[in-house]
Design a protein around this ligand. Structure first.
Ligand SMILES: [Zn+2]
Length: 200
């Protein structure tokens, strides 16, 4: 088994062959892991939360769900949930534009992490990729979406196990969001922490 520790607020890209499993872990808990996936055969065919939740009829991924690509191809199966269902399909990954709007130009971002990580494999990133946000708690009530600042949050050692349904290039970002926003608690108030990826 290969284990990779992703530094707090950074990213990592890795290849996974069809049928292989991998685990994503938040060792300290309450750390959003933005998960991206791309078909090895067609980099433009990437993971799409929007195409995924239509057939599953759930805004929160559950064990047994199949994450689809934007060409509606099965990409990843959700095998095991060790984080109590605290996962999000709604929030677009943070990017440099978002932090400029917050008055924090140059702040690290999940899209920046993705681009850095994919470059290590010699891969470009297609336009506007979206992520499944593991260990991210969002609540939808009457059509309004909340990110709750209090419990429940992903516990220390929370994890998910996923299985590749096709040959994949995957990337995980330890979301670097560390700004104080009322009603928002993406990561621990003490700041971002590391994410571990185990190739099983
Ligand atoms: Zn982020």
């Amino acid at each position: 088994m290969e284990s990779i520790t992703i530094k707090a607020g950074h990213g990592h890209a890795f290849r996974v062959d069809k049928g292989k499993r991998f685990r994503i872990i938040t060792p300290k808990g309450q750390q959003s892991a933005d998960f991206f996936a791309f078909s090895t055969d067609d980099i433009e065919d990437c993971l799409s939360p929007h195409h995924t939740w239509m057939p599953t009829r759930s805004l929160h991924p559950r064990v047994g769900d199949i994450f689809l690509s934007r060409r509606r191809n099965p990409m990843v199966e959700f095998i095991e949930d060790g984080a109590d269902g605290l996962h999000d399909l709604l929030i677009a990954p943070c990017d440099s534009i978002r932090y400029e709007q917050f008055g924090e130009p140059g702040h690290r971002s999940c899209i920046g992490n993705l681009e850095e990580a994919m470059a290590t494999l010699g891969c470009d990133v297609p336009a506007a990729p979206l992520a499944v946000n593991f260990f991210t708690n969002t609540v939808v009530e009457d059509g309004f979406m909340f990110n709750t600042p209090k419990e429940p949050v992903a516990k220390p050692g929370g994890y998910v196990v996923l299985e590749a349904c096709m040959d994949l290039i995957c990337a995980v970002s330890s979301c670097p969001y560390d700004l104080a926003g009322p009603g928002w608690a993406i990561n621990s108030p003490d700041g971002p922490t590391e994410i571990v990826v185990e190739l099983l």
